[in-house]
Design a protein around this ligand. Structure first.
Ligand code: HEC
Length: 175
């Protein structure tokens, strides 16, 4: 945790300086925090392996997940559970697809679920990096998609949730 928050805090501070210098108060975007998009891009860019297709075990070995708390991630998943199942062979919910095996796969590929054209044509491959962006604000990452979910504000919540999702939906870590 300490390893990760220090550089992030630095990025947030730098973003704050840029804002203060470049924008008048009225048209400035919301205050820069560790959750600001600039900070996330920096975070994602710092470890390019997050954007690669790896096994579940390899993803979970990345530094970003070193302090991930699966139990907390499971609690964050309560926000998703009404619409998504995770386990192998579980049915889709009426409101959202089953997510087994999604890491490393192309978006909107699950058979038997009727996706939006927006998600089907997005060309997104799910990795921790794309999942991170999706969970910040799905409507920004894939405009016009049909997932009725605003996003998860806290980076820590997203990290814990993504680690939990990897562990629950990826064959390599299921044994
Ligand atoms: C209100 C229901 C709802 C909630 C809550 C919800 N989702 Fe979704 N989700 C959907 C729908 C519907 C889609 C398909 C969107 C489309 O086709 O545009 C989707 C798609 C997805 C996809 C892409 C699946 C694929 O096959 O490519 C992922 C990943 C995902 N959701 C993760 C989550 C996570 C994680 C949460 C909780 C933080 C969550 N969703 C919360 C309804 C929901």
């Amino acid at each position: 945790m300490f390893q990760k928050t220090t550089p992030l805090a630095l990025v947030a501070a730098l973003a704050g300086i840029t804002l203060a210098a470049g924008c008048s108060r009225d048209d400035a975007p919301p205050p820069a925090t560790a959750d600001a998009p600039a900070a996330q891009e920096a975070e994602i860019a710092r470890d390019p392996r997050e954007a690669e297709v790896l096994s579940g075990a390899e993803y979970l070995a990345l530094p970003r997940f070193a302090n991930a708390d699966m139990q907390r991630g499971e609690r964050v998943f309560l926000q998703c559970r009404a619409c998504h199942t995770l386990g192998e062979g579980e049915p889709h919910r009426p409101a959202g697809p089953n997510l087994w095996g999604m890491f490393g796969s192309v978006a909107a590929e699950r058979e038997g679920f009727s996706y939006s054209d927006a998600l089907r044509n997005s060309g997104v491959v799910w990795t921790p990096a794309t999942m991170e962006e999706w969970l910040v604000r799905p409507s920004s990452f894939v405009p016009g998609n049909r997932m009725a979910f605003a996003g998860i504000r806290r980076e820590e919540d997203r990290t814990n949730l993504i680690a939990y999702l990897i562990s629950e939906t990826t064959p390599a870590t299921a044994d």
